[in-house]
Design a protein around this ligand. Structure first.
Ligand code: ADP
Ligand code: ZN
Length: 680
């Protein structure tokens, strides 16, 4: 019931988009009036500024006295014309062109003389209180001085009828203009949508959302994501042919949430849906609302839906919806009223149109868990479509899409590229392809080859190669043994990932070297796998201790990973006997987090985490002590060659004793590869 009444109220204002235009908008100002309102400001400002400028630039008539005028000019027959200004009680004096050469004018005008000569005048002016009687005054003078030539007198009225007003109004108008500009810049202005014109300075609304642009991206441009495509097919079909569905009384979802990490193609998919259905695409980003004035966010949302309704059927895409859609009232420190207003407006809008309005709202987020539950209620974003990082097959398909415009060598092994880029999102792959083309071009090649791609992958992984970074020989030795430790650990631990390459070429800012592995595409990990992974990560520090009997700060990143993993095993995955099958996972850890466990349990957790790490470290030390010769071999080779690939390692220390079969032989859909695909 409650819902019903809200609908009606809403519809009263906005249900019929055609009628609304004539009756003038509801709450906010509507398009027409506000637009011309701004223009009045513009025109007034331009006129006033122009006037001020003109006045400043026009040759200043020098002020003199009437006596001076008569003695120095009139009596000398130098005057060409007089111009009494009726509304100003002044008389302007025009001097003849030739007379200006006289010394007297040079003295009077100084360096302004040149300027005076080039202008018609007036050159001087003097005040006279009874201006209407000036002609009489002159006549008398001429009668008294018959030797003086009479001059024409042309009384005028200065067109500065708003002169006094100007000084009064100008600052006010300027201030108003400034305010308008500022509001525009802040993204403000409740109504409007004028968009273009001179007000598009700064962050205008036009940039905040795409105004229903047509897109020519289709599903062909979206590689992989087959399941997601399948799911959105129905929506596309609905947009193409809404009657077919509504005729049968079917209810089409209003919104779908695209959930997945950045760069995985959420925006791309949403656009492709619009492209497939041939409908306009509206988009805006939730993060744009963060630093806004009160009330602006909500009015933005209102505006967006208003425009969308006029162009329905269409798709509205809201990127980073978590920026506005975070659960309300959770964050005590920074309660953000503005965000809540925006969110409320969004909810109202979503409830305000029926399933037959032809508007589909898609939203993207990486954190569906932090969203306000009101958003996920039926009739809103009740559908979630998960978009994961691509697996090998998906990556291969994405490579194919982005290789299309690239002139590439016949010998390019796309499958191998896909294998070497675990954990890459679609955007990263697009980046690799572009980098590879640039690298090849720099080398002057006429096609892009495998090693260019190899370089591009390295570059994308670790930032630009820093070959020229100076590392002391002593440091280099430590780094070599550190990385060799990782590599050997991985080689002889059954559940570790197969090594891809190990290098001591520094990359990026932090990594001095790294070992890179091919993670298996898997969804579930068991305890053995995780402990092996821990040992492999600790291999660097263990090797340093064994060979140098001292440790360095180089393992900081490794230790961080190990600590995180260890805590996860104990507190999240329930892999510890003493803590038991309990998971303290809190999706909102970055918010206020009160430990759901007692002091005692906390102590046990700390002890167990420490024990786990200590055990893993002990095991690593034992393993590497046993394989000391192998570590030595790899380290020396690294010092020599800097980079060792899988085959090189095999040549040095023999084949890996374990066959590389999948340990969990189930058909789980492969997913996000392990985050620690490399150790530093
Ligand atoms: P998201 O919105 O998930 O952060 P985008 O859709 O903006 O990611 O993707 C960024 C870019 O990455 C796209 O423009 C496209 O070039 C590339 N990309 C991502 N996923 C894919 C994919 N599945 N197929 C082809 N290209 C992709
Ligand atoms: Zn390391």
């Amino acid at each position: 019931m409650n819902n019903d009444s809200r609908n009606n109220e809403k519809k009263g204002g906005s249900f019929n988009p055609f009628k609304k235009k004539e009756t003038g908008g509801e709450g906010g100002s509507s398009k027409g009036p506000s637009f011309s309102f701004y223009w009045i400001y513009v025109i007034a400002a331009v006129v006033l500024i122009g006037y001020q400028v003109m006045r400043g630039v026009s040759p200043d008539a020098r002020n003199i006295t009437e006596l001076e005028f008569k003695q120095k000019m009139l009596s000398q027959n130098d005057v060409a014309k007089l111009e009494p200004v009726k509304n100003k009680d002044i008389v302007r004096v025009y001097i003849t062109r030739d007379s200006l050469d006289k010394k007297v004018y040079k003295d009077m005008l100084g360096d302004k003389l040149v300027y005076a000569k080039s202008s018609k005048g007036p050159h001087f002016q003097f005040g006279y209180s009874k201006i209407d009687d000036y002609q009489e005054n002159l006549n008398k003078y001429f009668t008294d001085h018959p030797e003086v030539r009479e001059v024409p007198v042309e009384p005028i009225t200065d067109p500065e009828f708003f002169g006094p007003l100007v000084n009064f109004l100008f600052p006010i108008l300027m201030f108003g203009l400034l305010m308008v500009l500022m509001m525009r810049k802040m993204g403000g202005g409740a109504g409007g949508g004028g968009g273009g014109g001179i007000f598009s300075i700064g962050k205008s609304k036009a940039q905040l959302f795409d105004k229903g642009t047509k897109v020519n991206i289709t599903f062909k441009d979206v590689a992989g994501l087959d399941e997601a495509k399948q799911e959105v097919m129905e929506i596309v079909d609905f947009l193409k042919n809404p009657k077919k569905y509504t005729a049968l009384g079917g209810k089409i979802p209003k919104g779908a949430l695209l959930v997945g990490p950045p760069g995985t193609g959420k925006t791309l998919l949403a656009k492709a849906m619009a492209g497939e259905a041939q409908v306009p695409f509206f988009s805006m980003s939730g993060s744009d609302f963060v630093e806004m004035f009160v009330g602006v966010g909500a009015s933005r949302v209102r505006d967006l839906f208003k425009q969308a309704r006029e162009k329905a059927p269409c798709i509205i895409f809201i990127d980073e919806i978590d920026a506005i859609g975070r659960a309300r009232g959770k964050n005590v420190m920074m309660s953000n009223d503005e965000r809540e207003n925006t969110l409320n407006q969004l909810l109202v809008e979503m409830d305000g149109f029926g399933g037959d309005s032809g508007i589909i709202i898609l939203a993207a987020t990486n954190r569906p868990d932090v969203l306000d539950s009101a958003l996920l209620r039926p009739g809103r974003f009740d559908r979630q479509i998960s978009i994961d990082k691509p697996d090998v097959k998906g990556r291969e398909a994405i490579f194919l899409v982005h290789l299309k415009p690239i002139k590439r060598s016949e010998t390019l092994d796309i499958h191998k590229l896909a294998e070497q880029t675990p954990g890459f999102a679609g955007a990263d792959i697009a980046n690799v392809c572009n980098e590879a083309a640039l690298i090849a071009a720099r080398k002057g090649k006429d096609q892009v080859e495998m090693d260019d791609f190899q370089d591009a992958i390295d570059r994308v992984i670790g930032g630009l190669e820093k070959k020229n970074k100076i590392i002391l020989p002593e440091e280099k030795k430590i780094i070599a043994y550190h990385e060799a430790g990782h590599a050997v650990c991985g080689w002889y631990l059954e559940h570790a990932y197969p090594l891809l390459k190990v290098t001591i070429v520094p990359r990026g800012v932090a990594a001095l070297g790294y070992a890179q592995y091919t993670p298996k595409e898997q969804y579930l990990y068991n305890t053995e796998q995780l402990t092996d992974q821990m040992c492999m990560t600790l291999g660097g520090r263990a090797s340093e201790e064994i060979f140098f009997n001292k440790i360095s700060t180089g393992a900081q990143n490794d230790l961080q990973q190990v600590t995180k993993l260890s805590y996860a095993m104990v507190t999240v995955y329930g892999m510890n006997d003493r803590v038991g099958n309990i998971s303290f996972y809190d999706p909102q850890q970055d918010q206020y987090f009160t430990k759901p466990y007692s002091e005692e349990t906390g102590k046990i957790i700390d002890e167990e985490v420490r024990k786990l790490v200590d055990q893993a470290y002990q095991r690593t030390i034992e393993l590497l002590t046993e394989k000391k010769a192998e570590v030595e071999k790899i380290a020396l080779a690294l010092l020599d060659r800097e980079v060792l690939h899988q085959q090189d390692v095999e040549d040095l220390i023999g084949k890996r004793p374990f066959s590389e079969k999948k340990i969990l032989a189930d058909d789980e859909p492969s997913q996000d590869s392990n985050p620690s695909a490399q150790t530093e």
